[in-house]
Design a protein around this ligand. Structure first.
Ligand code: HEC
Ligand code: HEC
Length: 218
């Protein structure tokens, strides 16, 4: 546990150092996103039921840190690999794409339109509506586990922490998170909590946490 904590503190300081070193250019970020959009969607909304995770609104430091991990092959994933290498994504571009994705806001509900809203605007707004379908599972158990084991870092409403490496879980695809929890349990992905804790979580408990998270964004 202590070792993991130390490791993530180190990672944190690395990503903060980058944010300072390289300028953030949102237009450049938007340009880079045209490549990422092929899988993660135009607005970073992800796709294919979470085969491609949502990136919109994740903390910029978290996105930057994950890109660095893919780049260094400390986090391994075949589809991501060609997009994180030095030629495709030089290190100085990371803060710009991270900041661009982080500032995209998706909503969970279609707003009420007034008469002046054009059909085109409605279409654009509809593209940013994103809601995780309700997940089957024991919400009461999920709430209890979440509050004791996850809340301290991922936040009361599962929204993570801005300006940190703690991602939100609310609004992320269920299937994607279950896959990540399996990788963490197998020791294939680093997580602040040690892998043993996740390895001991029963499938039913994971399912219950997912059920709880899926109703939090309603
Ligand atoms: C060919 C498809 C593909 C493209 C293009 C792609 N990605 Fe990904 N990306 C993935 C997949 C698949 C994952 C999930 C990896 C896993 O399951 O661990 C992922 C994961 C990520 C994550 C981790 C998110 C999280 O919450 O854990 C980040 C950040 C990311 N991608 C950023 C980018 C950026 C920035 C670009 C463009 C420069 C990009 N990706 C281009 C397929 C792609
Ligand atoms: C001590 C702080 C801490 C606690 C407690 C914690 N997490 Fe995390 N979690 C993190 C951090 C930091 C990350 C980013 C990991 C990384 O560096 O790749 C993360 C990442 C994740 C991810 C991957 C998200 C993504 O977009 O890829 C999932 C899923 C997750 N945590 C679930 C949980 C669950 C479920 C619990 C409770 C059982 C929990 N976490 C408890 C700090 C924590």
């Amino acid at each position: 546990m202590f070792k993991h904590f130390f490791f993530s503190v180190l990672l944190c300081s690395v990503s903060f150092a980058h944010a300072k070193e390289f300028e953030i250019d949102l237009e450049l970020g938007e340009e880079i996103n045209e490549v990422c959009a092929g899988c993660h969607g135009e607005y970073g909304e992800g796709g294919k039921q979470g085969e491609y995770p949502r990136l919109a609104g994740l903390p910029a430091d978290y996105i930057a840190q994950q890109l660095k991990l893919f780049k260094d092959e400390k986090r391994r994933n075949m589809p991501m690999r060609p997009y994180a290498n030095e030629r495709e994504l030089p290190e100085e571009d990371i803060p710009s794409i991270a900041a661009f994705l982080s500032q995209i806001e998706l909503t969970t509900q279609m707003p009420e339109f007034d008469e002046d809203t054009s059909a085109y605007d409605k279409l654009l707004i509809a593209k940013k509506v994103f809601n995780i379908p309700k997940v089957e599972g024991n919400i009461a158990l999920g709430k209890k586990t979440y509050k004791t084991e996850c809340k301290s870092c991922h936040g009361k409403k599962g929204m993570g922490k801005k300006n940190s490496d703690m991602p939100q879980l609310t609004g992320q695809y269920t299937e994607y998170m279950i896959k990540q929890i399996r990788l963490i349990a197998k020791g294939e992905r680093e997580h602040d909590n040690d892998a043993d804790f996740f390895a001991e979580l029963k499938a039913e408990e994971v399912q219950s946490i997912m059920a709880y998270l899926s109703v939090m964004d309603d």
